[in-house]
Design a binder for this molecule. Structure first.
Ligand code: HPA
Ligand code: ZN
Length: 327
């Protein structure tokens, strides 16, 4: 309808997307066959039936299992290019995607296999689809500081502009940002951009740690920030971008109904909010679906939607000149 066309027509950036979370059931089946991997599912419908989560960990267990089908460089290429083809149709002009190298190296797939497959698809996405992109590698916070340092070391050949930043994801509770303060200090010394998931399930205190200890450039999720009025005011003033993921929050039971989603409150508090898909193959939709869902539930205006899209360009790691071209 009219609203969907309006959303699709606005230039926007996706700033919170885990490539492994864009693995659609159909591709999971195809790659399982191609690589001779036995899946615990017999059909696409069985896979979809398994996607019922009551919290982040429920999802992560299924997500890490799903990525087992990704084995060869071509698999990472196919995964990445399929994602880019989808979002190119939704008015996404730029993406800053995450991937989880430790989810692959831990099961014997080489860092270079994963990274080169993704980068080749990102290059083709720029050339064939006109979508610009950057790549951010995330550390799995349930693993140790030492393992994160080893991953940072292994990635060094790609810090010549191919991997532009580091992030922090996986199980939040019990793994506060402070656990990775020294790793993020090392990444900052390498001139990498810094982002971290915080305040998705974890408390506002974890957001404060991500800001003050990790000194991040952008905050992933951050929904629980508004439980701390002082912190909210500080982050409104700083202008740091929040990468909010409405359908993810609903699927992982961060909100019980989209009408309860804090996005409108966050915008009203002056936070620089963006809308993103997180793990679209698992959570029921890509960018437009996320915009539609939150727009309908919270009765957002077209002006609100335009602000959210503008925020995504402004909150990206594009240069000022590149941002101006999209605004
Ligand atoms: N939260 C934390 N870790 C993740 C997520 C998420 O939403 N998606 C993939 N890894
Ligand atoms: Zn995420």
């Amino acid at each position: 309808g009219d609203l969907k066309n309006f959303i699709n027509a606005l230039p926007k950036a996706e700033l919170h997307l885990h490539l492994e979370g864009s693995l659609e059931p159909e591709m999971m089946m195809k790659l399982a066959t191609r690589n001779n991997i036995k899946l615990p599912y017999q059909s696409v419908d069985e896979i979809k039936d398994a996607y019922n989560f009551s919290n982040l960990q429920d999802f992560l267990d299924i997500y890490y299992q799903g990525m087992n089908v990704l084995q060869m460089e071509q698999d990472f290429y196919d995964l990445t290019f399929a994602y880019l083809e989808k979002i190119a149709k939704e008015g996404v002009v730029h993406v800053e995607v995450f991937y989880d190298p430790q989810g692959h190296t831990s099961r014997g797939v080489a860092f270079s296999t994963v990274t080169n497959g993704i980068l080749r698809a990102l290059d083709d996405g720029q050339e064939k689809l006109g979508v610009s992109s950057e790549l951010i590698m995330s550390f799995l916070r349930h693993l140790s500081e030492e393992e994160a340092f080893a991953t940072l070391e292994e990635a060094k050949p790609w810090f010549d502009g191919r991997i532009i930043g580091v992030g922090l994801d996986s199980s939040e509770m019990g793994h506060p940002p402070s656990k990775f303060e020294r790793v993020f200090n090392a990444a900052r010394d390498l001139d990498l951009k810094l982002v971290a998931h915080a305040g998705e399930e974890g408390p506002a205190e974890y957001v404060r740690e991500a800001i003050e200890l990790l000194m991040i450039d952008r905050l992933d999720h951050g929904n629980r920030t508004i439980e701390d009025a002082d912190l909210t005011q500080e982050l409104a003033k700083s202008g740091i971008a929040f990468t909010v993921c409405p359908l993810s929050n609903l699927k992982l039971c961060g909100v019980t109904d989209m009408k309860e989603h804090p996005l409108r409150k966050m915008m009203a508090a002056g936070l620089k909010v963006t809308v993103n898909s997180d793990d679209p193959a698992y959570f029921g939709g890509y960018m437009t679906a996320n915009f539609m869902s939150v727009t309908e539930a919270l009765e957002l205006s077209k002006d609100d939607i335009a602000v959210l899209c503008r925020n995504s360009i402004e909150g990206s790691f594009l240069t000022d000149e590149e941002k101006t071209r999209h605004l």
